[in-house]
Design a protein around this ligand. Sequence first.
Ligand code: MN
Length: 287
Amino acid sequence: MSRLGVHALVWVGGWSREECRRAVAATAEAGFDLIEIPLLEPARIDVDDTRAVLEAHGIAAACSLGLDLTTDVSSDDSAVVAAGRERLGGALRVTRELGADYLGGVLHGALGRYTAPPTPAGRAHAVEAIRELCATAADGITIGLESVNRYENNLLNTAEQALRFMDEVGAPNLAVHLDSYHMNIEEEDLASPVRTCGKRLGYVHVGESHRGALGTGTVRFDELFDALAEIDYGGTITFESFSSAVVDPKLSTTLCIWRELWDDALALATAARRFLEERWAPEAASA
Ligand code: MN
C-alpha cells in the first residue's frame, strides 16, 4: 500500500519540540500518512519526544539528508570522506531511533553546486560509503539515492546513473529515489525512468517545476503516475514544496528558495493531497 507523505519544510523551518508538534499535527490534518524529516542537524532532534508525537497522531516518518562539501563522501580528500561517513552513520542512528524505515536524499555526495565533474577516486569513495551505510542499515531500513539536477549534485542526475551506481554498490536494501522536479530538468520524459527502475524504485518526491503548488507548473504528472501504476509502485510518494514563507537556515539557501510561492501551508498541502488522490490511486499499486 502506497503511503502519501509531505516534507516537513512545508510546515516548519526547524525541529524544536513545538515545531515537531505543529508539523506532525498539520500532516495529519491535511490527510497525509507520513512526514519526511530532514536530518540536517540530527543532534537537535529530541528523538523520544518526536517518536511519541508521531505515535499520538498515527503518522509515519521517513528521513532525508543532503551532505555538504565538508562531509562530501564523493570527495578526493579522505578526511572529508571520513567526516561524511560519520555524518551518514549519525543520520542512520536517528532514522532507526525515530522508527522510520527510510533514509534517502543526496547521501552519495554534497547537495550543492559543483564546478567540476566527479573524479574516479571520488566516485569510488562514494560507492564505499554507501555500501557501508547499507550494511549498517540492513535491519529494516531502506537507503535511497536521490538523483537531482546538475546544479545540486554532479554524480547522480538521472535514474540511469543511479541504477549504475547501485550496481556497483550491490546492496539489497538500496533503492532509487526519483523526484519529478529534478526529472523535469534532466530526464527525457517522466515515464521511461520509472520503467527503467521498476522494482528498484523505492521512493518518489512529487514537486512542481517551480517547487510551488502541484498542478500549477510544467510537470506532466499524469505521465509519471501512469508509469508508476504500470510498475505496480507500492512505495511512498512524498510532496515537496518550498517557499520563502518557511525557511530552514541551511536547506532553503542550498535549494535556492528565494521567492514566496505560497504562504498558506495548510491550503497548499490540502490541495496537494487532493491532487494526489485524484491523479494517483494507491489501490492501483496494491491491487
Ligand atoms: Mn526531492
